[in-house]
Design a protein around this ligand. Structure first.
Ligand SMILES: Cc1cc2nc3c(=O)[nH]c(=O)nc-3n(C[C@H](O)[C@H](O)[C@H](O)COP(=O)(O)OP(=O)(O)OC[C@H]3O[C@@H](n4cnc5c(N)ncnc54)[C@H](O)[C@@H]3O)c2cc1C
Ligand SMILES: NC(=O)C1=CN([C@@H]2O[C@H](COP(=O)(O)OP(=O)(O)OC[C@H]3O[C@@H](n4cnc5c(N)ncnc54)[C@H](OP(=O)(O)O)[C@@H]3O)[C@@H](O)[C@H]2O)C=CC1
Ligand SMILES: O=C(O)C(=O)Cc1c[nH]c2ccccc12
Length: 402
């Protein structure tokens, strides 16, 4: 690698791809490239790998899908891992993955812009150091390279809606990515906004700490049991899809859900008109895999409430007119990609920060641009992308990289 001082900004030539993001996706691409003998640089805004998992998830989190669907290419989970590894086991695995393949990401490097230069046929990737030390804070580096791999994830930024009156509410307001446990919510009336996997699991966790959660369900939601007769529902669905059309697998899933969970409409949870797998495939909306929240709703420990109208000091008014006293609000209202904020591209990515082409086409753009981990298929989708990208760069790269 060759570097030189260039005006005020340091300019660095990278002999191989730049990978933006050291989450599971970026690490997987790095590991696959190592195998091809292609050099690369990974830039990560945080001070660690897998920052989503290390800094923005709750303590009780476990992988939702059985372990064989969550391991990355080239290194299986240790044999003694349980069927659903815990967050800490998954982080340990990723740390070991990064060490094994000597991935050495450059930490505290937030990519602010990436632009393809038609004349030179090269990418210019500008990053700013996010360290607060006098040595590194605010320093800019411009990397120049032939390939750019976008691995910043589907969950790069938290999404919090601007609800009327929230500024006057006065109580504690947070996003679920800041939630670690219910310890500080003991005895509190907590409004959890959103009923995806995060909203449901935080409600369950709050119950363990004797808090009083109410969960806002503004529309419809699919809830499936995580397991049926000790078998993963997801694994069963994957198996059935080898033989049966999607709509039929959806019908079977709903039948199983009805047998195991009963009629969830009675609990205030309306199902979408589209089946759970079709909804995941077409809109990327993940069905909730129930780990016990439903039982808490049934017992009344978690209350299901309709959409929010507005907040008042210490209270919330719901769309049906009822007013609840609330101490804290946790927004479990999802995440978004941040790609449009830094990648200057209009062809490959949509305005929403996802590739225009759906899975399995969305991994390769023009001019050496790639995307990994935007498949709405979790870690298994990221692993597939990573193998394809490394294969593609390896094919071209090995003939040109000295
Ligand atoms: C609570 C939760 C639980 C989940 N559980 C599962 C599960 O059990 N199974 C499953 O398959 N999937 C699960 N997922 C989906 C999740 O998307 C994947 O597990 C995985 O984290 C995706 O990896 P990634 O590398 O694409 O994105 P991330 O893990 O988000 O990593 C992206 C990295 O890019 C960095 N970054 C972002 N912007 C910049 C920038 N401008 N410059 C430099 N660096 C940047 C971020 O700091 C981050 O470290 C879960 C998601 C959440 C939120
Ligand atoms: N153990 C695990 O593996 C876990 C995995 N995850 C995964 O992480 C990803 C993110 O999940 P999650 O954080 O739950 O986010 P999701 O995007 O899946 O869910 C967001 C929820 O917030 C609701 N919502 C959004 N805006 C509003 C609003 N203004 N008022 C009321 N409700 C609103 C949505 O409702 P609507 O549908 O009406 O828009 C939806 O119920 C998913 O893929 C999920 O599967 C999360 C937790 C645990
Ligand atoms: O938990 C997530 O976010 C995932 O993406 C895992 C996942 C991928 N495909 C699914 C289908 C049903 C339930 C969970 C998932």
């Amino acid at each position: 690698m060759l570097s030189e001082d260039f005006f005020m900004r340091r300019c660095v030539w990278v002999n191989g791809p730049i990978i933006v993001g050291a989450g599971p996706s970026g690490l997987a691409v790095g590991a696959c490239l190592k195998e091809q003998g292609v050099p690369f640089v990974i830039l990560e805004r945080a001070d660690c790998i897998a920052s989503l998992w290390q800094k923005r998830t709750y303590d009780r989190l476990k992988l939702h899908l059985p372990k064989q669907f969550c391991q990355l290419p080239r290194l299986p989970f240790p044999a003694d891992f349980p069927e659903y590894p815990s967050k800490n086991q998954f982080i340990d695995y990723l740390e070991n993955y990064a060490t094994t393949f000597e991935l050495n990401p450059r930490f505290n490097q937030c990519v602010q812009s990436a632009k393809y230069d038609e004349t030179s046929g090269l990418w210019r990737v500008r990053s700013v150091s996010t360290t607060t030390t006098a040595a590194g804070g605010g320093a800019e580096v411009e990397y120049i390279c032939r390939w750019l791999v976008v691995a910043t994830g589907e969950n790069a930024e938290s999404v919090t809606p601007d609800v009327e009156g929230i500024r006057e509410f006065g109580g504690h307001v947070s996003h679920v990515s800041e939630y670690r446990s219910g310890d500080s919510f003991r005895g509190k009336k907590v409004l959890v906004v959103g009923c995806g996997n995060s909203g449901m699991e935080v409600c369950l966790d709050l119950c363990h700490y004797n808090a009083y959660p109410s969960m806002v369900v503004r529309d419809s939601v699919h809830v499936l049991p995580r397991e049926v007769l000790g078998k993963s529902t997801f694994e069963l669905a994957v198996f059935l899809m080898k033989w049966l059309p999607l709509w039929l697998v959806d019908k079977l899933m709903l039948l199983l859900a009805w047998v195991v969970l009963g009629n969830i409409k009675k609990l205030g949870l309306k199902r979408p008109s589209i089946g759970p797998l079709e909804l995941k495939n077409t809109q990327g909306k993940t069905p909730v895999l129930d780990l016990g929240a439903l039982a808490k709703i049934r017992s009344g420990e978690v209350k299901v409430v309709p959409g929010i109208q507005r907040f008042f000091p210490g209270r919330v008014e719901l769309v049906d007119g009822q007013v609840l006293a609330v101490d804290s609000v946790i927004f479990a209202t999802g995440y978004r990609s941040n790609v449009p904020s830094w990648l200057q591209d209009t062809e490959f990515f949509c305005k929403n920060g996802f590739p225009k082409q759906p899975f399995p086409q969305g991994w390769k753009g023009k001019s050496g641009l790639y995307a990994v981990g935007f498949t709405k298929r979790g870690l298994s989708g990221a692993s597939l992308d990573a193998k394809r990208i490394a294969g593609d760069i390896g094919k071209i790269g090995n003939s040109t990289i000295a």
